[in-house]
Design a binder for this molecule. Structure first.
Ligand SMILES: Nc1ncnc2c1ncn2[C@@H]1O[C@H](COP(=O)(O)OP(=O)(O)OP(=O)(O)O)[C@@H](O)[C@H]1O
Ligand SMILES: [Mg+2]
Length: 411
């Protein structure tokens, strides 16, 4: 359940009498000295015109509602990709005639649901951050629309959707171990880029549904609606309302509202656990002590035998034991309750880089049982999963009615 920003924070960026927005779309042009601007720079009554001036240099396109309707075939249900707290997302296609310099490409168009749980503030935060941050592991924002009360965003289309869908959707094919590690590494690089930027960014909503995948399973972070500029000068943290998603948010952040890059590192640890175990960060359908993934799994990560019991059974033993242990150790460190004991994201990246070399080796043992009688049927092969012999609890599949989102306070 999400609580909107709008209900708690005055909509700081809409003038009381919004002027009609220009219908004609345009490309925000470059300016020579470009410094990243912050959401706080938009404390006045800002209209779309001001936004496009402020984001000059970002190469964002400003679209009209009419253009986005054409692109998505009037937001047709056949183009529907999914829906989060912001509103529905539709696939669309930009043709090369739409705008000079804008190549023909598929896009994902996110439409702010005016009755939804998120609002203009998150839309603006997304435009400001993603409009200015460019990296191979951040989803590319192509443009936006701010016309009267309408707020839309157009992104590069990510053909494999979200990690959440890939890992947990009912009929999804299980991701191989090496693919899981590739995704973890890509997402870690995205976070490291944010944390190490000249003006660091705390992402604040790191979770499986916000990690999008291209056709080669390159991971890109999306949804910057909750992102924050990191602490400046001697400040050790940013004080905020507690926002994020239950099961992913760091315990000290939940307790104090003090936000640091280490809060993102904790959330990264939770996603790494989801990749290791194939379990959701919060799963109310499980027994009480297993419902919160981090609380349940962390104590089992450093013991090889316990670890073997919590690895995703859908991997069917196809992973490198050493690789799994290394990844589990990273997760263990990221999930420390002492934020200072957590590694920084560049250290995580370095460790995960080394896991690329491990192949999806079968950890199962094939036992050849010679036929007792030569004339009987052909030799049998018995597959014994020695490692998983103690795994009595089968992996519970979630029903379609299970909660997908465990969001709290979107204040
Ligand atoms: N650029 C994109 N390319 C392809 N699919 C996308 C893209 N952006 C979003 N989607 C899909 O749209 C759906 C909704 O995404 P959205 O980010 O709005 O919500 P969410 O992440 O599921 O929830 P939340 O509001 O908590 O972030 C997801 O299933 C996602 O896979
Ligand atoms: Mg999302």
């Amino acid at each position: 359940m999400k609580i909107t920003w709008e209900s708690l924070v005055p909509s700081c960026c809409i003038s009381e009498n919004p002027k009609p927005k220009p219908k004609q779309s345009k490309l925000v042009t470059k300016q020579s000295s470009f410094q990243r601007i912050s959401v706080s720079d938009f404390s006045g009554s800002t209209i779309s015109e001001d936004l496009s001036i402020s984001l000059a240099g970002s190469n964002l396109y400003v679209f009209s509602v009419q253009e986005l309707k054409v692109i998505t075939q009037n937001f047709s249900s056949s183009n529907f990709l999914g829906e989060g707290g912001f509103g529905p997302v539709h696939k669309g296609f930009i043709d090369d005639k739409l705008r000079p310099g804008l190549k023909a490409q598929p896009v994902a168009v996110k439409l702010l649901d005016l009755d939804g749980t998120q609002g203009h503030r998150e839309w603006l935060t997304e435009v400001i951050f993603l409009g200015q941050l460019r990296h191979p592991h951040l989803v590319k924002l192509i443009g936006y629309c701010c016309e009267e009360e309408h707020r839309l965003l157009a992104y590069e289309y990510m053909p494999r959707g979200s990690l959440e869908n890939q890992l947990f959707r009912r009929y999804s094919v299980s991701l191989p171990w090496s693919t899981r590690m590739k995704i973890a590494l890509g997402a870690a690089k995205g976070l490291a880029f944010l944390h190490e930027a000249e003006k660091p960014v705390i992402y604040r909503d790191f979770k499986a549904s916000n990690i999008l995948l291209d056709s080669d399973y390159n991971a890109k972070l999306s949804d910057f609606g909750l992102a924050k500029d990191g602490p400046e000068g001697d400040d050790t943290h940013v004080s905020t309302r507690v926002m994020g998603t239950q099961g992913y948010a760091a315990p000290e952040y939940l307790m104090t509202g003090h936000l640091t890059a280490a809060s993102d590192v904790y959330s990264f640890g939770v996603v790494l656990l989801e990749l290791l175990t194939g379990r959701r960060s919060v799963d109310k359908s499980r027994p009480n002590k297993e419902q919160n993934l981090a609380d349940w799994a962390r104590p089992q990560l450093k013991d090889a035998r316990k670890l073997a019991r919590i690895i995703d059974p859908r991997l069917e033993g196809l992973y490198s034991e050493e690789g799994v242990q290394k990844a589990a150790l990273v997760a263990y460190q990221c999930l420390s309750h002492r934020p200072k004991a957590r590694p920084d994201m560049s250290t995580v990246v370095k460790t995960l880089e080394t896991l690329k070399d491990y192949k999806d080796i079968s950890t199962m043992t094939f036992v050849y049982i010679a036929p007792a009688d030569q004339h009987k049927q052909s030799p049998q092969r018995e597959l014994l999963n020695k490692r998983n012999t103690n795994t009595k609890t089968p992996h519970k599949k979630l029903t379609p009615n299970s909660p997908l989102h465990n969001d709290f306070h979107r204040a």
